[in-house]
Design a protein around this ligand. Structure first.
Ligand SMILES: C[S@@+](CC[C@H](N)C(=O)[O-])C[C@H]1O[C@@H](n2cnc3c(N)ncnc32)[C@H](O)[C@@H]1O
Length: 269
């Protein structure tokens, strides 16, 4: 418990990124005050977890952070998780949560390693892979040798996603749209959906569902039409941008509008 608190009070890159899993809060209610996020973890989970059958399935969570999705898939959907997370404080937090919840390694197995392009061939075969918000960091957090500038990112990412297709039947995917989180954008905001669709399709994935936040005030994921070059994200417009920035400044709405723009895709190989 003290280890979990120490982690939650520390500030590291990608730290305090996710909410705490509800099973942990049920067991240790005093931790609830640490569980917040502007990244809609609960809403993401609600949307994708009902669209695939996770029961008894082998799932790998690449870039699991502190394991919000892994813990929920394990406890609520009976999935068998393998976590890949290179950042040691995150892994320590996950191991501490596992020990509080008495979760054995055979239900959630942690590997304190990142997954770079060359590592994919050594991954075990899985039913489902979760890959959320990792790939935009290629070139800084990992694989610097392959992605030295933004122009190299797309070809690299197609290779990465293609290699991953050899390892899992299904993928749940989300990414950020500025390289490294602080450099240029990969595409215009209005092109986020067609840009990602072509990335996934070039890697050979068949897209089954695309989920987006449909309304800046009511931040649930809804299904969105994704086919065609003009596939449109419902909240990407000047009005929403203005409203959410103003509300943020006035501290009425503490939501990350850029994160709200990131669609979630469910793909089949
Ligand atoms: C932006 S956070 C996203 C966390 C989580 N997937 C989510 O969407 O809520 C990126 C995470 O990926 C991890 N990471 C960075 N490079 C990685 C790599 N090569 N393989 C796996 N995880 C990586 C970071 O430590 C961090 O926890």
């Amino acid at each position: 418990m003290e280890e979990i608190k120490a982690y939650l009070l520390s500030q590291t890159k990608h730290g305090l990124y996710q909410m705490l899993p509800p099973s942990l809060i049920a067991k240790v209610p005093e931790l609830e005050k640490f569980s917040f996020t502007g990244r809609f973890d609960d809403k993401r989970f609600d949307w994708f977890s009902n669209k695939l059958d996770f029961d008894g399935k082998k799932v790998m969570d690449i870039g699991a952070n502190i394991g919000y999705f892994s813990f929920r898939l394990s406890s609520e959907k009976n999935a068998l998780l393998t976590i890949y997370e290179p950042h040691q404080p995150h892994i320590k937090a996950i191991e501490s949560i596992k020990s509080v919840l008495k979760i054995p390694d055979k239900k959630i197995n942690c590997v304190n390693q990142g997954v770079g392009l060359d590592d994919i061939k050594n991954l075990p075969e899985q039913d489902i892979v979760l890959l959320f918000n990792v790939l935009q960091h290629a070139g800084e957090d990992y694989d610097k040798k392959y992605v030295k500038e933004i122009s190299q990112w797309r070809d690299y990412t197609v290779k990465y996603l293609r290699a991953l297709r050899g390892k899992a039947e299904n993928m749940v995917f989300q990414m950020g749209y500025s390289w490294l989180g602080h450099e240029d954008n990969f595409c215009n905001d209005k092109d986020i959906i067609p840009f990602t669709v072509s990335l996934l399709q070039d890697a050979g994935w068949k897209i089954k569902h695309c989920g987006v936040i449909g309304n800046v005030f009511n931040t649930y994921y809804i299904d969105c039409a994704f086919a065609g070059p003009k596939a449109k994200h419902p909240i990407i417009n000047q009005f929403d941008w203005f409203i959410s920035r103003t509300m943020n400044k006035l501290k009425i709405l503490k939501k990350d509008y850029l994160f709200m723009q990131r669609p979630v895709f469910i793909c089949h190989r």
